[in-house]
Structures are given as C-alpha cells and as structure tokens.
Design a protein. Structure first.
Length: 148
C-alpha cells in the first residue's frame, strides 16, 4: 500500500513522470520517507548534497540568505534534482513551513536505477536537455534587455 502511494507521488512530478513504471517502482523501493515539523530545517545552504527530495505534502521555504531570494515550494516539487546526478553543495536553506512529508532519494540509488533502465535514463536526458535549452533562451532574452 505505501509502495503504491510512493509510486503515485513520484509519477506526479514532471521529472519522474517520464520514467518507465518499473523504474518508478525501483525508485520508490529505495526511497526513504522523511517527516518534518514546522520550522525544522531539511538542509542548509552550502551543505554537501547526496540526494534529492520529493515533497509529498506540506510546503518548504527555500532561501539563499535570510531576507534575500526566497521561494515557497509545494508538492510535487523535486528539491535537489542536481544532487541526484552529481555531487554538489546546496544553493539554499530548506525549512518546513508546516508539517511536511518527503521522499528522500539517494544519488547512488537514483544512478543505479538509471543504469538498470536505460530508456528511462535517455528520456530523462532529453527532458534535462530541453530544460537547459529553454533556460539558455530565457537568459539570452534577459541579456538583450539589459543596457550596456
């Protein structure tokens, strides 16, 4: 029952929705459920990252520095998607705004699943590539609007 719910939660996220059903099942099998109380910190800016988190319920405040650049995320947000692929440092501090439930997916498990399901890995590669191209176009548009 919990496994099926975790698979459903994963499939609601646009990144994971592209994966094959069996790949989602494997991700869910290796995921760990994390519960946070209001005000609890999931991670701090500059922490070394080794996993991503899928927000299942609740909301998380992501902030670069207190009072500067912040964003509130809600389900089915994937927090730390880059950490699923490579070692990096957290660019933000993540704090629960209310009681939250998240699925923690380790990088090692994610990469193992992608290795076992190459079609899913290829789909994910295309999605990430498309997002990067779109991001570059947006940056180009901003750069054109900035006076010299």
């Amino acid at each position: 029952m919990a496994l099926e719910a975790d698979i459903r939660h994963l499939s609601r996220n646009p990144t994971f929705a592209a994966l094959e059903a069996d790949a989602l099942r494997e991700l869910a099998l290796g995921a760990e459920t994390i519960m946070l109380r209001k005000g609890e910190i999931l991670f701090r800016r500059e922490d070394v990252s080794d996993c991503g988190y899928l927000l299942v319920f609740g909301s998380i405040l992501l902030e670069t520095d207190p009072g500067q650049g912040e964003q509130i995320v809600r389900p089915p947000t994937l927090i730390g998607d880059t950490a699923l692929i490579t070692r990096t440092r957290r660019p933000v501090t993540a704090t629960a705004r209310e009681q939250c439930s998240l699925l923690k997916i380790s990088r090692l498990h994610f990469l193992s699943v992608m290795n076992d399901f190459p079609r899913s890995a290829e789909r994910l590669k295309r999605i990430i590539s498309d997002r990067l191209v779109q991001f570059i176009r947006e940056l180009d548009g901003i750069a054109r609007d900035v006076p010299d």
